[in-house]
Design a protein around this ligand. Structure first.
Ligand code: ADP
Ligand code: MG
Length: 240
């Protein structure tokens, strides 16, 4: 890890009935760090995100910005600056792009003045490159713009940590690069980011460190090249 931790887990265990989805995860994200989280389908990546963000109760502990947040409800974690985007964007289809940013913005920041809210929403839209589509309906957005809107909704909280869960699935090579550029720019502005991604080229370009989950356990954590050459990681991916 680079620098001091902004987000950590210790011994996180998640069981669904008799099935153990996470088997004691110890994890650290450095302040302003970019970490790639990879693993086969069903290895527990999204479940882990749900534990970190408060969507699922679990055993073990989660610490954010030096506070134990293990029992803090999800909405308070979001307000405190722990943001995530979802695998499948679900914008409010009846609202404009700007209003889609305004909803989380007013909830998180407590701002209710419409002009102030619009100004703040415009700033977020500028960050994600969607300002020119502010008055459009999400229904008219392309896949890549929908992903940007989803990231914008997460950014409304002015987070210190952003967890992007498969923000690039189904995009073309150049669209993947657009989202990567955006994430790296957000990271440069001071946001630590966990990127969950299957596209290895994107993981390599993005990550300062790579963490690998297999069947609910962390099997590798370190330098991207070394981790991806690790025999156990190769086995998990090639199914040998
Ligand atoms: P990944 O994001 O790495 O593809 P998930 O975290 O979505 O994996 O899932 C990990 C495992 O936990 C899978 O076997 C999945 O079926 C199971 N799982 C996830 N959520 C639930 C749930 N709400 N109830 C029961 N099983 C679940
Ligand atoms: Mg997932």
């Amino acid at each position: 890890m680079i620098g001091s931790a902004i987000l950590s887990s210790r011994g996180v265990i998640k069981r669904f009935g008799g099935f153990t989805a996470l088997n004691g995860i110890d994890f650290d994200l450095g302040d302003r760090e970019r970490v790639g989280l990879i693993g086969p389908n069903g290895s527990g990546k999204s479940t882990f995100v749900n534990c970190l963000t408060g969507a699922l109760p679990h055993e073990g502990k989660v610490v954010f910005a030096d506070s134990d947040i293990t029992t803090m409800p999800a909405w308070r974690r979001a307000r405190a600056g722990l943001a995530r985007s979802f695998q499948i964007p679900r914008p409010f289809r009846g609202l404009t792009v700007r209003q889609n940013i305004g909803v989380p913005l007013s909830f998180i920041s407590g701002v209710s003045d419409q002009d102030e809210l619009n100004a703040k929403a415009n700033h977020v839209l500028e960050q994600v490159g969607l300002l020119s589509r502010a008055d459009a309906s999400p229904k008219s957005l392309s896949q890549v713009d929908l992903r940007k809107l989803e990231l914008g909704r997460a950014l409304a909280a002015q987070p210190r940590v952003l967890i992007a869960d498969e923000a690039m699935a189904g995009l073309s090579d150049s669209e993947v690069d657009e989202i990567l550029d955006l994430l790296i720019q957000l990271n440069n502005s001071g946001i630590a980011i966990i990127l969950i991604e299957h596209i290895m080229r994107a993981v390599i370009r993005f990550s300062q460190r790579v963490v690998v989950f297999v069947a609910g356990a962390k099997i590798a954590d370190g330098d991207p090249r070394e981790v991806l050459d690790h025999p156990e990681v190769v086995r998990a991916y090639l199914g040998q």
